[in-house]
Write a protein that binds this ligand. Structure first.
Ligand SMILES: Cc1ncc(COP(=O)(O)O)c(C=O)c1O
Length: 378
């Protein structure tokens, strides 16, 4: 039996040709493809008043975002506990402390009322992440940030290609980041991007992503390097490699097909699964949404039984996520009421969502979910 995986990157002839060309060029580190990829991202995101830097991973983008926002020892950063470990680790890497906030039951994004209650004089930034099919209330995020003088790190790892009030995600936040890891909506094999508002922030990121070297990116984008430079700040090996950028360029050229397909599959899932009374589907009609994950919620007592029922029928499923505040490393950090996070974490699981799926595959999945509940009721 061919299993249906949760994730399946869309790797076709274009990515293979692009990789071969990048390898044949022989300039494997940061080079011309990285510059081209940043330009393509700017164009895709319709950005004219912001700066884009490609980096090695989404985690690197988060770490650099927090660094450039001036976050460090003694500071607190509010994050939804229902988030990726990369966000919590990036906060720790700056020397600051995460503060775990609950999510909204409808959107599964950060609960902004509860976030406001967690703000103290130590709070310097808030991480808001779009949980896939439904985006955060970014207008309110901006108001809150303004009221309390907070930096905002918008984790858009799951919302690349989506639009918020007509604007591309990535084009309006204080600091925004994407991940292009192997399973994301669009992949660079591994990669990330960070979008900032000022040239100074971009310059700092350029230095930090190259272990602090004041090596001009414009020189590297010509597949050359400056042999003399100064080092003025802490840095990391966080740059994007040419090979990865070449794959990213092949992928971004397909984003319109990827967005259309993923939104259509989300719509198919929502239509079929909303007929089942025990299933809660994402509250969206997928207009302007490019989902990375498709998730459902079911009664807690059914979640694991249904996952193994699906597994027996060749359908793999995933869990996004285990709440951050329950991990050993993070359990002692400050937290608010996390009752929604803890409830949702026991009900939720992710179904397969790829950029190219057949209706038969989708039907096999939705029929299997329907038959689980039918058999249970008999
Ligand atoms: C919401 C979110 N943020 C950040 C990351 C980290 O990205 P990367 O895997 O590229 O380091 C991920 C990765 O899965 C993620 O899901």
């Amino acid at each position: 039996m061919n299993r249906i995986p949760v994730f399946q990157p869309l790797i076709e002839q274009e990515e293979i040709v692009a990789s071969t060309k990048a390898l044949e060029l022989g300039w494997l580190g940061m080079g011309s493809y990285v510059g081209e990829f940043e330009d393509a991202l700017k164009k895709f995101l319709n950005i004219s008043d912001r700066y884009v830097a490609a980096v090695s991973t989404g985690h690197a983008a988060l770490h650099l975002g927090l660094m450039v926002a001036g976050i460090g020892v003694g500071d607190e950063v509010i994050t939804p506990s229902f988030n990726n470990i990369a966000d919590f680790q990036a906060i720790l890497a700056t020397g600051a402390e995460p503060v775990f906030c609950d999510i909204d039951d409808r959107t599964l994004c950060i609960d902004l009322d509860k976030a406001e209650q967690l703000i103290t004089s130590k709070t310097k930034a808030i991480i808001v992440m779009d949980y896939d099919c439904v985006l955060c209330d970014h207008s309110r995020v901006a108001e809150l940030a303004h009221k309390y003088n907070l930096r905002v790190i918008h984790d858009a790892a799951h919302s690349f290609g989506s639009k918020y009030k007509g604007q591309m995600v990535g084009s309006f936040s204080d600091i925004c980041m994407f991940s292009f890891d192997p399973v994301k909506t669009m992949t660079c094999i591994d990669g990330g991007a960070i979008i900032v508002r000022t040239e100074d922030e971009l310059r700092a990121i350029h230095e930090m992503r190259l272990i602090g070297m004041g090596q001009p990116s414009s020189v590297m984008y010509q597949n050359q390097r400056a042999w003399t430079y100064d080092v003025k700040r802490l840095g990391f090996r966080y740059h994007m490699a040419n090979l990865h950028a070449a794959v990213g360029l092949a992928q971004i050229a397909k984003m319109s097909r990827i967005s259309d397909n993923r939104a259509a599959y989300g719509t198919f899932y929502n239509k079929a699964l909303s007929q089942i009374p025990q299933v809660i589907v994402p509250k969206t009609d997928f207009s302007n949404i490019t989902p990375f994950l498709y998730y459902i919620r079911v009664p807690e007592e059914d979640r694991d039984a249904l996952r193994s029922y699906l597994s027996d029928r060749g359908v793999d499923t995933g869990i996004h996520w285990q709440p951050g505040h329950l991990f050993t490393l993070f359990k002692d950090f400050r937290q608010g009421d996390l009752s929604t996070t803890e409830k949702v974490a026991k009900e939720i699981f992710s179904l397969p969502l790829h950029s190219d799926m057949s209706t038969e595959t989708l039907k096999q999945i939705t029929d299997s979910i329907a038959s689980y509940f039918l058999e249970k009721s008999q």
